[in-house]
Design a protein around this ligand. Sequence first.
Ligand code: ZN
Length: 287
Amino acid sequence: MTRRPAENAPPSDADARRARKGVVVYAGRGLPTYDSAFFARAREGMTKIAEALVPPRDARAFDVPSGHFFRIVSVEGPQVGDLNLWNAHDLSERFFSGKTRALHATHVSVGDSLWSTLPSLRPIATIVADTLDWYGFDADGAGVHDVIGTRCDPYTNLLLNGFEYHHCCHSNLTRALSRRMNIPLHAAEPHVHDVLNVFMCTGFTRDTHQYFMKASPVRPGDYIEFFAQIDLIGTLSACPGGDCGDTHSSDAAQVHPLLVEIYRPRQGALEAWRSPEPNAYSRGHGA
Ligand SMILES: [Zn+2]
């Protein structure tokens, strides 16, 4: 238990207060509907145009033009990846893990989009394939591909464990963005943000609601695939935790590379498709 015992006795109507019915927080009609037939057609006859092998305990950057697909593939052995995405023309617009979680769920799969930060708030990548969709939520309440964790980082590691480790996902992503943008580490680091934990199996404990991880069910050949809704720069870290079944932020775990593949759709497949515009809110803010 991390929570202290309650200091206040429950009121006489405590049961009634707890029994109120929950409603889904974001249930508006504005969420784009996922057109599976459209994406199935667009993926027919697509061509691989680039790939990047991400070494374990390191990260690599990759570019995905709007209207292309990118796939993250497990190779050699079970391995978790930490994904960052930016608008290729403006790094201030980047993947917004918190709002993606609120709009979809704690874990994402086919039909869910990765949304960008305010004020743009638009779907920047949509998941079109996921070979781990069979996993669902297990008896512990855990699922795969979470947007509830952040990323392993050297600051939290120093705080909790008292030593410096330089190959946490945060540092790997920082080095990869620094190389891609040709900017120093200290300029790249503030752009690194909360990730999509690709292939990671996580949940909250039932009693104390603490974040837990368990060995990823991913096996070589498994992949998750995205449709890029805008021009993207991505970075992917192959987490030092490997399958994240035991430890991270050290060299103790067995680790494997990850593969990123970029695909161009068949010519003409996207004629009717348009890249989403940034959110149209006036930004008046009541002033
Ligand atoms: Zn990590």
